[in-house]
Ligand binder design. Structure first.
Ligand code: NZQ
Ligand code: ZN
Length: 381
């Protein structure tokens, strides 16, 4: 096991009716800005619950943080925040609203730095305090310090690290209104988060391996049920908590991580607008196939412990595990090939060129460069 430090300061407030706790969780004297997406919070009653809880607080609202939050929109929120001397942010929505809010929080604490420069620097831990009411289980943003910000003008999508939310309220009833495509993308995103932290170097940590396998088995068990009945409280509670546990630093203690599937997926989103989870359903089977030699031991473990594959040769088990993964994404209703998602082949060269230009090296062995990314994507034609 590698050396590590673990400290996750986010207070999780979980369960039905917990949005009412906002009244005590946010300091009374705070000048609050509540950030929202495009309107789902108004349609499903979350907005009313937040407004009621904050009736004695001083707050303003910012609406319109879009999926894959853009710097263009966030600049407007930052201007408003500076103008109104906001000193506490509450994100109400999915990962996009919360990610955008993480950047707003950093920008408000660093008004002399251009917000896109903050993103390009990659890390800024000086920020004003922020918290969330998470309405979409997927990203884990409610209990991590990451954010992914897009720049529409240049079709870029970049990762940025800041602070953790002070608290996050997870009320599973707010997920009842999620449409099937968002559920499919969310479930895929969670599954791939676990794979990025699991399908790497073998034999590093038994507890991390077992924990990761437990989360994947949970997703496989609940996914078909979630698609059938997204109004079952206990089921949606399991879904919501699994999303948080998959990316709140807990399954990566002392182990190497990959993340190349995410970095390639971000490019597909930036260039073609495909939803985050949907991009991963295409790329992950390619990463598994192209890097199967490097990931061999872990693929065999994954085949046995997650898919229960024990018979046949090693080759057959590895191939079957990759195929099962693909079939799982397809059963959720997602495309696993570029053409099926309407993505043109030309995008492959663009992504490879970008990676080569930036001289990036992703993956647990730092060997995923433009050429490997090209191979991974070509295997998804
Ligand atoms: O905008 P509104 O109207 O709120 O609608 C949203 C949006 O259209 C809707 N929605 C959210 N909650 C709902 C709901 N609809 C009905 N009922 C509800 N309860 O869902 C749509 C998608 O929302 P979005 O926030 O974009 O989805 P998600 O949570 O999947 O976030 C995706 C973004 O997070 C980034 C992705 O790259 C992408 O930009 N990620 C962030 C990570 C992190 N912070 O650690 C890690 C992830 O790997 C990911 O990269
Ligand atoms: Zn993700």
């Amino acid at each position: 096991m590698k050396n590590f430090e673990y400290c996750n300061p986010t207070r999780l407030v979980f369960g039905k009716g917990q949005i009412a706790k906002l009244s005590e969780l946010i300091p009374m004297h705070a000048r609050v800005m509540v950030t929202f997406g495009g309107g789902s919070a108004k349609r499903n009653g979350v907005y009313d619950a937040v407004k009621k809880a904050l009736q004695n607080h001083n707050f303003i609202e910012f609406w319109g943080i879009e999926p894959n939050p853009s710097i263009e929109t966030l600049r407007k929120a930052i201007e408003l925040g500076i103008d109104r001397r906001v000193d506490f942010l509450l994100a109400v929505g999915g990962g996009s609203v919360l990610d955008g809010t993480k950047l707003i929080a950093a920008a408000l604490a660093n008004p002399s730095i251009d917000p896109w420069q903050l993103v390009l620097r990659g890390r800024e831990t000086n920020s004003i305090p922020f918290a969330s009411v998470m309405t979409l289980p997927a990203t884990g943003s409610e209990m991590n310090s990451g954010a992914v910000i897009s720049r529409r003008e240049t079709q870029e999508k970049r990762s940025f690290y800041s602070n953790y939310p002070q608290f996050s309220i997870l009320d599973p009833t707010v997920t009842f209104t999620l449409p099937p495509h968002q559920l499919a993308c969310g479930l895929t995103d969670i599954f791939v988060h676990v794979l990025e932290q699991y399908l790497t170097t073998p034999g590093q940590s038994r507890p991390m391996d077992r924990w990761a396998e437990g989360l994947m088995l949970t997703i496989l068990e609940i996914a078909p049920k979630v698609l059938q009945n997204s109004r079952d409280y206990d089921l949606m509670s399991d879904y919501m908590l699994t999303a948080t546990l998959a990316l709140n630093d807990m399954i990566r203690m002392g182990v190497t991580q990959d993340w190349s599937t995410h970095m390639i997926g971000h490019e597909l989103t930036a260039l073609c607008g495909i939803a985050h989870g949907a991009s991963l359903a295409i790329v992950m089977p390619g990463t598994m196939r192209i890097l199967r030699k490097q990931k061999w031991e872990k693929l065999l473990q994954y085949a046995e412990r997650v898919w229960g594959l024990e018979g046949g040769s090693e080759e057959e088990r590895v191939e079957q595990a990759i195929r099962e993964t693909e079939v799982f994404f397809e059963a959720l209703g997602l495309a696993t090939h570029l053409a099926d998602a309407g993505i043109p082949e030309t995008v492959i060269d663009t992504i490879a060129d970008r990676f080569n230009e930036d001289e990036v090296l992703y993956g647990e062995c730092r060997n995923v460069d433009g050429e490997v990314a090209r191979e991974i994507l070509r295997s998804r034609l």
